[in-house]
Design a protein around this ligand. Structure first.
Ligand SMILES: C[S@@+](CC[C@H](N)C(=O)[O-])C[C@H]1O[C@@H](n2cnc3c(N)ncnc32)[C@H](O)[C@@H]1O
Length: 390
């Protein structure tokens, strides 16, 4: 288990906390390696044939088998254990953050001459698609403040998101998504030399920092709807010595002028908005780009049209049991059409998969039509829509 920490805002673990996290990660490993294959067999070898006999055709969509599968005791156990280790890990990290909340807060407040900035809006209205759910069962989601000027959700999210993925998205920096986006930009748009970049829905800035590193001469702006994430993101960026301007804004309609950016991106965020919001975010990206500027939105690669029956079940887990109600819809949406409806010309839009690229490297200019063989594995490939504004 990794024990080194990337920056002073990252909550540390003591011995007992580390032991508990290690146990929960082993439990997760057991589910992924031992229980997932059994649930897959249950789906394909028992449930699908029964449903086929009942409906007179081979089921191809998860919706056709859900009722029958959910009646199976093993599947119920599978669902329960998947949720259990995740809830316990949030609980464990939450307690660890609470133990050191005061010292982390002192570190945050000790920043006296920031190179970047933080602009919060006390009258900001957090959209209902955020306030209505505890996203991926993270209690209070991103926006809830438990104390004045709270940053707790940011601290929990920073530690949790790298731990939960076994540090496979760039270790404690968790910056693999950002580098994958940057790789796509330099490969598909080699002439674009961005001088002003906007990262929409930045959370604690994992991808933002990667973009700052990959385009060091660009001014980097990052927005999010959740004040606690932004407080933490700003302190984290200052401690790791990266200049970023954070502000609390809804990516559906920001206060930046028309044509202000060369590059507008988001990473793994659209599935936490809604289909209506996604359309607005594409339109806003178009408005914010100067002619020749590029939009690139990266998402979890669970595209239902390329998944087998059980892989669809696994992807649907997020929407049905993990408080990600819009994920399945975003995974089925026609992103090309959304980009065209937002004002981009059909010839200027690319949609497809990009292999996970942990450092900015030039790769194929075109996105691939297929994802990694295991379509549900986010760290194998990502799904991207990019487009140039004419
Ligand atoms: C999964 S996290 C994003 C991860 C981040 N982009 C990265 O790559 O590390 C989702 C974030 O989207 C934010 N968010 C959701 N809807 C938003 C919107 N309409 N405008 C801005 N931020 C939004 C949430 O507050 C949350 O912090």
């Amino acid at each position: 288990m990794a024990t080194t920490f990337a920056h002073p805002m990252m909550p540390q673990t003591n011995h007992d906390e580390m032991a508990l996290e290690a146990f929960l990660l082993s439990m997760r490993n057991h589910v992924l390696m031992e229980m997932d294959p059994l649930d897959q067999r249950l789906t394909n070898e028992y449930v699908a044939p029964r449903v086929a006999a009942a409906i007179g055709k081979q089921p191809t969509k998860s919706a056709e088998i859900r009722q029958e599968l959910e009646a199976q005791p093993f599947h119920q156990t599978w669902l329960t254990v998947h949720r259990l280790y995740q809830d316990m890990l949030y609980g464990a990290i939450g307690e660890s953050v609470d133990r050191q909340h005061a010292s982390l807060d002192a570190a945050r407040r000790a920043i006296s001459k920031p190179q970047g900035s933080l602009t919060l809006d006390p009258d900001f209205e957090v959209p209902r698609y955020i306030t209505a759910f505890d996203h991926h069962r993270m209690a209070g989601s991103y926006h809830t403040e438990y104390s004045p000027e709270d940053f707790r959700p940011g601290a929990i999210y920073d530690r949790y998101s790298s731990t939960y993925h076994y540090w496979r998205n760039g270790g404690w920096m968790n910056d693999g998504r950002g580098h994958t986006l940057a790789s796509h930009i330099v490969s598909a748009y080699p002439d674009l030399k961005p001088t002003r970049i906007l990262d929409m829905a930045c959370a604690v800035g994992h991808s933002t920092i990667a973009l700052k590193d990959d385009f060091p001469h660009a001014e980097v702006y990052a927005i999010d709807v959740a004040a606690p994430m932004l407080r933490y993101a700003h302190a984290r960026a200052e401690y790791i010595n990266r200049k970023v301007h954070f502000s609390q804004q809804n990516a559906e309609r920001t206060n930046f002028p028309d044509g202000h950016f060369d590059l507008v991106v988001s990473a793994a965020s659209l599935h936490e908005t809604s289909l209506a919001a996604m359309r607005n975010i594409f339109r806003e990206s178009h408005r914010l780009l100067r002619p020749g500027g590029v939009m690139a939105h990266l998402e979890v690669p669970a595209r239902h049209e390329e998944l087998g029956l059980w892989e669809q079940v696994r992807a649907d887990f997020e929407s049905h049991y993990n408080n990600e109600p819009f994920m399945a819809g975003v995974g089925r949406a026609d992103w090309t059409k959304t980009a065209i409806d937002a004002g981009f010309a059909a010839d200027d839009v690319q949609v497809g998969f990009r292999q996970y690229t942990p450092t900015m490297t030039k790769v194929e200019p075109k996105l691939a039509p297929k994802g990694s063989p295991d379509g549900r594995l986010a760290m194998g490939s990502w799904y991207i829509c990019s487009a140039v504004r004419r």
